[in-house]
Design a protein around this ligand. Structure first.
Ligand SMILES: [Zn+2]
Ligand SMILES: [Zn+2]
Length: 362
């Protein structure tokens, strides 16, 4: 099968791999649309580490074409969205419903849930990201990570629910549910930041203040009817703006960027008792200096993985909201690519020329 393999940072090329075979409780998916996520870009650049060679791509959607032994919940022909939230369903965290924290799902290991890999090229072992590796014609995915969707669901609209859109929606609706009438600041108006805004708006936020260094992204956030206010980072004084607008500071700040500067500032724009949620990881590791007074003012600083959703509950729920017109997820995707075009796609994403792109397969 054809797959985009990355053998070193900043390199990716199409290679012919062996046809992969699903093992116990795994399914083989023929990809239809795969989203191109910010973390694929971080992995491509080597800012996030993963064993190579690797097939990136972790927002796969498509059709089940083969079943491994012991698969009970899916059949050949089912259309699925593959979630990044690998989970065993058995461990301490899974039993509490904290699937994003599953103790048996290693992040960025390059392997499947059991640590082994499924992809090969002759004798060579090839890794895959997030138990998917969906920049390929076919993916092997744990059955528990493939969420069945309706026959009429447009996969190109909901592909982001595999990772980016679920991460943003879940941050504002599941991890730290925004209350109606709240004041919300969102750092980063890319795909995840816009998804946070969609979630905050759906929950009835009064003000959604988008902060970004890119005026075009702020314009998008506003023209989509998501941001009520925008702040151009590096030029405007975000804290002064938020204080003037809200009177006491924001109830919630979501950092969909993940730089020292954004995480530090997120704490300063909060009201006493407010909560900041770090979602982005533009840099693998950040050093942030935080005035301990923020903690004396009982502000909270937390994070989320994948929006902390229960994929089997929230992905169908988000699809239902989209299909009934309560939210619009199709606005997040603004360019389609062929598998061969991934170097260009990464360049466009890196330069901020697109909000989100996707690879469309034949
Ligand atoms: Zn992602
Ligand atoms: Zn688990």
């Amino acid at each position: 099968m054809k797959a985009a393999v990355s053998r070193e940072p900043y390199q990716i090329a199409i290679e012919e791999l062996d046809d992969p075979i699903p093992r116990s409780r795994e399914v083989k998916i023929k990809l239809e649309v795969t989203g191109i996520c910010g973390s694929d870009l971080s992995l491509f650049k080597g800012k996030l580490k993963i064993p190579r060679p690797v097939v990136l791509g972790h927002e796969g959607t498509g059709t089940v074409v083969a079943l491994g032994p012991d698969v009970t919940s899916l059949k050949v022909g089912d259309r699925v969205v593959c979630t990044i939230i690998g989970h065993c369903g058995q461990c301490f965290q899974c039993k509490r419903g904290d699937y994003a924290l599953c103790e048996n799902a290693p992040m960025f290991s390059g392997g499947m849930l059991d640590g082994t890999t499924r992809l090969t090229k002759g004798g060579e072992k090839i890794h895959q990201i997030s138990y998917q590796g969906s920049f390929a014609e076919y993916s092997i995915v744990p059955e528990i990570c493939a969420i069945k969707v309706g026959e009429k669901t447009r996969l190109a609209d909901v592909v982001g629910l595999a990772c980016g859109a679920s991460t943003g929606l879940g941050a504002a609706m599941v991890r730290v549910p925004v209350e109606a009438g709240s004041n919300v600041v969102v750092y980063g108006a890319g795909g995840v930041g816009l998804s946070v805004m969609i979630g905050a708006k759906a929950n009835g936020a009064a003000r959604i203040i988008a902060v970004d260094i890119n005026p075009a992204k702020l314009e998008t956030a506003k023209s989509l009817g998501l941001a009520t206010h925008t702040v151009l980072a590096g030029t405007d004084d975000t804290r002064a703006f938020v204080m003037a607008e809200t009177g006491r500071g924001a109830d919630y700040a979501f950092d969909a960027v993940g730089l020292s500067s954004t995480t530090e500032e997120a704490m300063t724009v909060l009201r006493a008792g407010g909560e900041a949620v770090v979602i982005g990881h533009a840099d693998g590791k950040i050093e942030a200096t935080i005035d301990t007074v923020h903690f004396l003012r009982q502000k909270k600083l937390t994070g989320t993985f994948g929006g902390s959703i229960d994929p089997h509950v929230h992905i169908p729920h988000f699809i239902e909201m989209h299909e009934s017109g309560k939210i619009d997820l199709s606005c997040l995707m603004d360019r389609q690519y062929r598998l061969e075009d991934l170097p260009q796609a990464f360049e466009d994403l890196s330069a901020g020329r697109i909000t989100r792109g996707c690879v469309v397969f034949d």
